[in-house]
Ligand binder design. Structure first.
Ligand SMILES: [Zn+2]
Length: 418
């Protein structure tokens, strides 16, 4: 593989900096090189710097990628998605326009359980086809890595089917996937009224098999008093930890501090959502070093105005992460630029803070901080040429797809054809 050089970047947004998640004022430091260039060898970044400096070191057969005076960024790292499911819930979306709430629809047998029924009925190859289509959407939005949760199978057979699809997708080398087991996403129909028994099945049947087959790196639980209350969530997550899985949690989306306090107690990698978290919950997370993953797309899509308290969290020095929560029910979007826009308009994050949360901080939350999330020598050459003159245009011109070309490990995986 010959060397690659990316030249003619109006802004090369490197996000280079300390080798750890960024917090406080660091989140506003993007280390932009105006008129920058980048040299890549064997799929990894070899050098970044001013154009003249990079040109001096180029080998003769270097392949040149001309950014055309546009901006170049690390690929987005989307640290919370549910990308493998069958069907859609466009019908429920319509019902919600008529006033039905998300929880009313779920109580009537819709919601997550309706996607579970469709996903169980789908073959592995049908799920693969659907998920490949969404992988293309992520790429078009400038995302190069996603955390991918199971959770629409809720049985050993169907959860492993989903996780195998995720493994296959990752092996195709278009988009990177970090797999998370979310067997405790909801209680399936056949366990109605027997939540404890289902939690036992997650612990004793599913987790050991999934760990043995190395199908997941993380375990996640939907922790809410009426779904998986804290004691049950704790039992599942402790079992996962004993099998050397990392811990992520759906926390405080609908009720305050159950999930956040448990995430702090367990020292989880992340606590995700946090729309209802009180100052006590935030303080506990901060003290335990748990990274918050904020999901404004689901707040928006559910028609709520209760966005998480991003400014308070930044003020506390928490290294925020932003993600899409891509899923068929509450956040059907793969667009990280839409998430950036929501973060700026509704959570008052600056464009620079939002970008840090969507790249380098997200990479650290997935244990990939040394490999991904910024454009620094030694890291994977996962970068995107965006059709913009200034990085602030990404959240500013909202609702447009800006990626012109996407590279993964130095190989072009998407190029816009217009
Ligand atoms: Zn989620």
């Amino acid at each position: 593989m010959s060397d690659l050089a990316v030249v003619n970047c109006r802004q090369l947004v490197t996000l280079s900096g300390p080798r750890r998640p960024r917090s406080g004022a660091e989140m506003r430091e993007l280390a932009i090189i105006t008129g920058g260039a980048m040299r890549i060898r064997d799929g990894r970044i070899a050098a970044v710097g001013p154009r003249r400096e990079i040109y001096r070191s180029l080998a003769e057969d270097t392949e040149i990628v001309d950014a055309g005076g546009r901006i170049v960024l690390p690929g987005f790292v989307d640290a919370h998605t549910h990308p493998v499911f069958a069907g859609t819930r466009a019908d429920e979306f319509e019902q919600r326009t008529g006033g039905a709430s998300y929880s009313e629809i779920a109580a009537a047998g819709g919601g997550i359980r309706s996607t579970v029924r469709k996903t169980r009925a789908a073959s592995e190859s049908a799920l693969l086809d659907a998920s490949r289509r969404y992988a293309g959407w992520f790429l078009r939005g400038g995302t190069t890595t996603i955390e991918a949760k199971s959770g629409y199978g809720l049985s050993l057979e169907d959860e492993t089917k989903i996780l195998r699809v995720i493994r296959l997708l990752h092996s195709e080398r278009r988009l990177r996937y970090v797999p998370t087991f979310l067997g405790a996403h909801e209680v399936p129909d056949e366990y109605a009224g027997r939540r404890e028994e289902y939690a036992e099945a997650v612990i004793h049947e599913m987790l050991p098999q999934i760990a043995e087959d190395q199908l997941a790196e993380y375990c996640d639980v939907f922790c809410e008093p009426d779904v998986f209350p804290a004691p049950q969530a704790a039992a599942i997550l402790r079992a996962a930890r004993a099998l050397h899985l990392g811990i992520r949690m759906h926390a405080d989306q609908f009720s305050a501090d159950h999930g956040s306090l448990l995430a702090a107690e367990l020292g989880a990698a992340t606590a995700d959502h946090l729309e209802r978290t009180t100052p006590a919950g935030l303080a506990a997370l901060q003290a335990a070093g748990v990274q918050p993953v904020l999901l404004p797309g689901s707040v928006y899509n559910l028609g709520s105005s209760e966005y998480p308290a991003a400014r308070q969290m930044i003020g506390l020095g928490m290294p925020l992460v932003l993600a899409t929560d891509f899923n068929p029910g509450s956040s059907p979007t793969t667009s990280m630029t839409m998430v950036l826009s929501l973060a700026c308009t509704h959570m008052k994050m600056t464009p620079a803070e939002a970008l840090t949360a969507a790249t380098v901080n997200a990479a650290w939350s997935l244990g990939r901080g040394r490999e991904l999330g910024s454009l620094e020598p030694g890291k994977q050459a996962d970068f995107v040429i965006h059709e913009c003159d200034d990085y602030r245009e990404l959240p500013y011109f909202f609702g447009r797809e800006t990626a012109a070309a996407v590279y993964l490990g130095g190989a072009c995986v998407y190029r816009r054809s217009d």
